[in-house]
Design a protein around this ligand. Structure first.
Ligand SMILES: NC(=O)c1ccc[n+]([C@@H]2O[C@H](COP(=O)([O-])OP(=O)(O)OC[C@H]3O[C@@H](n4cnc5c(N)ncnc54)[C@H](O)[C@@H]3O)[C@@H](O)[C@H]2O)c1
Length: 335
């Protein structure tokens, strides 16, 4: 089967592509490299430098090869910036998403796995958060993900699109050869590990006055390989009975920023300096998932449930690649 992975040069997409190849699928990665890296494209995948907002380019992609299903990960992803520049988020995540769906329908491709987010829930009213929890996003990033989930429902009803939305909590960790390299890095674990590598630069703790056990935000970290395996289980479900669905993906355990830093100190053996900073707009205090539904229905069985092992895998990759995907992208001239 031929799977198109949009955003496949990014963090999660590259490791999903790697896992798809490992399980015998053929993979086409489509990415505009605004955040991803050519060097992150899984060996064995075909790479297409294109933008999901470009209908003509998408048409060309679907014309060239018979695509059986799409995994849609390309997106604007930084919560903080989505508070100040929502139009960028709605353009890429909604307009780009619709262009993709329309190209799929035109070329009679009816299976889609969509990277949604815990950000659709906003500030949780109860913990753990299951899929029926009220959806009240507090940032335009989460709003764009929720809007696209709803668009998928309508495309399902009207045009027969079969879709599974996976609402990830915090992806973390690395595979043997691929890891997380965002520029700028806004995610906690890679920021902490970069601070450990640099020895001097401190890691910022955004908000120390949240209503949590130590005043810092609490998040649920899920290993990126467990996430990748969930995508393939979702794809198999679409192949089997074609029923559309939504699943949370998390570990069910919450760790505060300070707890993550303490575990990272033990894993790296480095004294990681910290500096307190003000809260980032759009950050809920606590996000912890219930992923019982995907465990029950798709037999998803995460292998990395301890924070220590998740951070160890990330540390292994960061130590091996201290400058991330260093080689310059020949397409963009950027790293
Ligand atoms: N990382 C997480 O913890 C997390 C949590 C929840 C949801 N998600 C979702 O998972 C997906 C992947 O996240 P990630 O952390 O790997 O992000 P990422 O930024 O590393 O990857 C996104 C990729 O999409 C590409 N891209 C962006 N806009 C594009 C466009 N218009 N056309 C073509 N390519 C484009 C980028 O260049 C990048 O390679 C995103 O949809 C994100 O919203 C991620």
């Amino acid at each position: 089967m031929n799977i198109l992975v949009t955003g496949g040069a990014g963090y999660v997409g590259s490791i999903v592509a790697e896992e798809l190849l490992r399980q015998g699928y053929q993979v086409i990665v489509l990415d505009n490299l605004q955040q991803g890296h050519k060097g992150a494209v899984a060996p064995g995948a075909e790479f297409i430098f294109a933008d999901v907002c470009n209908a003509e380019a998408l048409d060309g992609v679907f014309q060239r090869a018979r695509i059986d299903a799409v995994m849609h990960m390309a997106a604007e992803t930084v919560v903080e910036y989505s508070m100040t520049d929502p139009k960028r988020y709605f353009h890429n995540n909604i307009v780009g998403g619709i262009e993709l769906l329309d190209a799929m329908l035109k070329h009679e491709v009816y299976k889609l796995v969509f990277s949604s987010s815990a950000a659709v829930y906003g500030d949780p009213q109860s913990i753990p958060v299951d899929e029926d929890h009220p959806k009240l996003p507090v940032n335009s990033y989460g709003e764009s993900k929720l809007m696209f989930e709803r668009i998928l429902e309508w495309y399902g009803k009207a045009y027969g699109l079969k879709h599974i939305s996976l609402r990830y909590f915090n992806a973390a960790g690395a595979s043997e050869s691929l890891g997380e390299d965002h520029r700028p890095e806004t995610h906690l674990i890679p920021s902490v590990l970069k601070a450990a590598l640099s020895k001097n630069s401190p890691v910022s703790i955004f908000g120390t006055d949240y209503p949590t056990k130590d005043g810092t935000c609490v998040r649920d970290y899920i290993h990126v390989t467990d996430l990748a395996i969930a995508h393939i289980l979702a794809l198999k479900r679409l192949e089997k009975d074609g029923s559309s669905c939504i699943y949370n993906l998390g570990n069910g355990n919450g760790f505060s920023v300070k707890e993550v830093i303490e575990v990272a100190k033990k894993v790296t053996g480095c004294n990681i300096k910290t500096v307190s900073a003000s809260r980032r707009p759009g950050d809920p205090a606590v996000l912890i998932a219930s992923s019982e539904k995907i465990k029950r229905e798709l037999n998803w069985n995460p292998q990395y449930y301890e924070l220590k092992t998740i951070i160890e895998s990330a540390w292994k990759w960061h130590s091996k690649s201290p400058e991330g995907f260093k080689k310059r992208n020949s397409f963009t001239g950027k790293n």
